[in-house]
Design a binder for this molecule. Structure first.
Ligand code: FAD
Length: 457
């Protein structure tokens, strides 16, 4: 960034902190979840409140500096950091105010999914937010938010009641169904295109004791096919996330399974212990489980497990489809064999239920009708490897979408440019998003994201 004087001025008026390259905390703070994005921003601003956010946005707008907005830093495309630009780091804004009687929470967007879930869990309440504790509330909610409660309660955005947003003009807006309704619509699935969300008001559900955890099964074609069918046939109280991969050498997996294809199926049944055991029985019956950690637990425990080792890069893509072609399970296992990435995984999530009941045009999340999401990931160490893994993932995605160009979920789209945007949003949604973009960010200040340009081609 050109203007050091402007940065000093910002520093003077800030409640948070500007971290430059001479700061001892710089190296730690410039790191994002995918560690391969080893970028050196001109400054990282750890904002403390909405006024700080407005100051940073204004500085970026006026100086032309590239602006990276970061909540939890999990962007697959490395959008949470910038080479030479400004990182607006929301991680210090992580307060959660809970109105237990009103069943709502106001949460600052820098809180992690795990932090939010622990805070609401103290009241026996929950909002569905994915499956990973370190993901940021800001990023996951604006993308849509598909988690362990998706079939029971819908997407995270279906529980979003209001938001506070700093626009490209540096103005703080309170938005909901009545106020700036166009922006509120766009925020729900449109990602970070329209401003910086500083606080979100979310609906809470009475969810405390659930039947949940992880089931490890051998990954045969019958198990994969049966698992998808069983998850689809299960009551909506059950949502499952199944990862098909070669078993990593981690302590909870028996040593003789390491390197063999397995399914790690994580699930939550939120609706009573007895009914939960019954709902999960057909899944357990698919094969003798290699590990069975599904049990009555408190919901926040789903976000308490150990995180895997840091990954440099994740090539890959995702598809939202109505079903899988006939030989899908065979194809998945064949691709697992030919993968050359250090860690390759195919994640299948059965959708439907409450998510599908929200009308398609009610929010900017465009693909409510999709029955399944398949997320394909190839974790690797070196940037040069990426083309090879992207080709592997793209070919698998094509094979699983019966040769068509499938729809996609914003949250798991990598660096896929315009094609990614077209897959994430149906044409009518995209045109409406562009209209909102023209109104709130006509110069495309917020462009480090799955970018909706002010004018669509
Ligand atoms: C390990 C892993 C597990 C995941 N699991 C799930 C899952 O179960 N369900 C699911 O739905 N998604 C999941 N995701 C996808 C995840 O939701 C997206 O990558 C999301 O964008 C990450 O949010 P973040 O805040 O952590 O990332 P960041 O990199 O901080 O943000 C990503 C982008 O979101 C925007 N953004 C973030 N915060 C704000 C804000 N406050 N205001 C405006 N824009 C903002 C910016 O454009 C930013 O570039 C997962 C991702 C990973 C890496």
């Amino acid at each position: 960034m050109q203007s050091d004087t402007r940065l000093s001025n910002l520093r003077a008026g800030l409640n948070g902190k500007v971290i430059g390259s001479d700061d001892p905390a710089y190296d730690d703070l410039r790191r994002v979840f995918f560690t391969g994005f080893d970028r050196r921003p001109a400054a990282i601003v750890r904002v403390a409140d909405a006024a700080d956010v407005a100051g940073v946005v204004t500085l970026a707008r006026e100086t032309g500096a590239e602006l990276a907005v970061r909540s939890g830093g999990h962007s697959r495309a490395g959008h949470g950091t910038s080479e030479g630009g400004i990182v607006l780091d929301l991680s210090g804004m992580n307060a959660v105010e809970i109105d237990a009687d009103g069943r709502t929470a106001w949460a600052q967007t820098g809180v992690t999914a795990g932090g939010y879930t622990r805070a609401t869990g103290e009241h026996g309440l929950a909002t569905g937010l994915g499956d990973t504790p370190t993901v940021g509330l800001g990023g996951i909610t604006l993308a849509g938010g598909i988690g362990f409660l998706v079939r029971r309660n819908g997407l995270a955005i279906d529980d979003l009641l209001a938001a506070e947003v700093v626009t490209a003009a540096g103005e703080l807006l309170e938005v909901d169904e009545e106020s700036h309704a166009d922006l509120f619509w766009a925020l729900r699935g449109g990602g970070g295109n329209f401003g910086v969300a500083t606080r979100l008001r979310l609906r809470l559900h009475e969810i405390d004791e659930v039947v949940g955890g992880m089931l490890l099964l051998p990954a045969s074609t019958d198990v994969i096919t049966g698992l998808v069918a069983a998850a689809d046939a299960a009551p909506e109280e059950l949502s499952m996330i199944a990862n098909i991969l070669k078993a990593p050498p981690v302590p909870f997996i028996p040593a003789e399974q390491h390197g063999k294809p397995v399914v790690i199926a994580s699930m939550v049944y939120a609706g009573g212990a007895e009914a939960g055991e019954k709902a999960i029985a057909p899944i357990r019956a698919l094969a003798t489980p290699l590990v069975d950690m599904v049990r009555p637990i408190r919901y926040p425990e789903m976000f308490a497990g150990p995180e895997g080792p840091p990954q440099a890069f994740s090539a890959g893509t995702n598809i939202l489809v109505d079903g899988l072609p006939a030989r899908a399970a065979e194809t998945i296992l064949e691709y697992l064999e030919t993968a050359t990435a250090a860690l390759a995984g195919i994640q299948v999530r059965v959708l439907g239920g409450a998510m599908a009941r929200v009308p398609g045009d009610a929010t900017a999340f465009g693909h409510r009708e999709a029955k399944l999401m398949v997320n394909i990931a190839a974790m690797h160490e070196r940037a040069e490897e990426r083309p090879e893994h992207e080709t592997w993932a793209a070919n698998l995605a094509k094979a699983l979408s019966a040769g068509t160009t499938a729809a996609a979920y914003v949250g798991f789209v990598g660096d896929e440019g315009e094609e990614g945007v077209r897959r994430a949003y149906p044409r009518a949604t995209l045109e409406r998003l562009a209209q909102v973009k023209r109104r709130y960010d006509p110069d495309n200040l917020f462009r480090l994201n799955l970018n909706v340009p002010p004018e669509v081609k």
